[in-house]
Design a protein around this ligand. Structure first.
Ligand code: CO
Ligand code: ZN
Length: 329
């Protein structure tokens, strides 16, 4: 499991540039499914056939990751940038970033007196070039960059850049490896452009038109010193989302998840997230409405290069998904 997480969190794939992630996942799962295709926006849609008596279920995990997008190259070779997804400019100084071609740079800041002045227009990416001409050999306007991948195991926990949401992708891959049989027709969808507005899931859900859907994504915790009050903690099991800013879990799905977890003794916790959303936010508003919910992986330090997850929470999440797929719905 750790090897898979390390591999999949290390692949370059910011929103809009998910090709490499898609290629790796396609290779890993193609032997386990009855069909696989890439749709027009770049979502990878894999299909596993049921026995004809079940429902049509969509599982969604987003492949894309947050990052930077280069907007300008100055005459001295410094790069200016904007954000892709939820990036906090105050946390970027000194961070290492990597471009698709492997070029690495670090983020510097212009003179500021107070932290609150640190905005994107005070920051630049230094890739070691000393002129615009030199920089242009390696980078163009519109190129994107990601945190340089880092992965560590510390006790029962993993620390990595981009657990959001390659961990969700890894969980779906492991579910596919373990899934024996299910009455349901299941669509495993690895979506694009979640971090910029839950976009890929929208067209995928329209095309598939499932009876119900589950997003698999990360959520934040309230278990660090003086954290914002939130009733999710690392190590307390898989998190069943009740609501976030983009969706309220459908009552039928909520009951299905809670009862299944209880029935099989799967460690779980209930999640109310005050900000943010998952692919369920756009899936449930598709067509005439699709009952949807989210199984969340609790993560500390979300959207930093050092996101932390608990291995037992990951196992509990895999088990809950497998059990739900085995239920009659
Ligand atoms: Co995110
Ligand atoms: Zn996410």
């Amino acid at each position: 499991m750790k090897d898979l997480i390390e591999e999949i969190t290390g692949i370059f794939g910011p929103s809009g540039s998910e090709e490499k992630v898609r290629t790796v996942i396609n290779k890993k799962i193609s032997n386990y499914v009855d069909g696989i295709e890439t749709d027009k926006l770049g979502n990878l849609i894999a299909f596993k056939k049921g026995n004809g008596e079940g429902k049509k279920i969509m599982l969604a995990a987003h492949m894309d990751q947050i990052g930077l997008l280069i907007t300008h190259i100055d005459e001295n070779g410094f790069l200016r940038f904007t954000k892709i997804g939820g990036v906090n400019p105050k946390r970027l100084i000194g961070q290492r970033f990597i471009l698709a071609n492997g070029m690495t740079g670090t983020v510097g800041v212009e003179k500021v007196d107070e932290e609150k002045e640190i905005k994107f227009d005070k920051l630049y990416l230094d890739i070691g070039a000393s002129s615009r001409e030199e920089a242009e050999k390696h980078v163009s306007i519109g190129d994107s960059a990601i945190y340089k991948p880092q992965f560590d195991v510390s006790g029962n926990r993993v620390i990595s850049s981009y657990l959001d949401n390659r961990l969700g992708c890894a969980v779906l891959i492991m579910v596919l490896e373990k899934l024996k049989k299910s009455p349901h027709d299941i669509y495993f969808v690895f979506t694009v452009q979640e971090e910029v507005g839950l976009r890929g899931a929208k067209t995928a859900a329209y095309q598939i038109n499932p009876d119900l859907a589950l997003a698999v994504d990360v959520t934040i915790t309230g278990d660090t010193p003086e954290a914002h009050t939130m009733d999710v903690a690392l190590g307390n099991g898989t998190a069943i989302k009740i609501k976030d800013q983009a969706s309220i879990t459908h009552p039928m799905i909520k009951e299905l998840l809670i009862l299944t977890a209880k029935k099989h003794g799967i460690k779980h916790q209930l999640e109310v997230l005050e900000h943010g959303g998952t692919d369920a936010g756009s899936i449930h508003l598709t067509r005439g409405g699709i009952p949807s919910g989210t199984i969340s992986l609790p993560i500390r330090y979300v959207h930093t290069p050092s996101e932390m997850a608990d291995l037992n929470d990951i196992k509990a999440s895999i088990e809950l998904i497998l059990r739900v797929l085995g239920e009659e719905i």
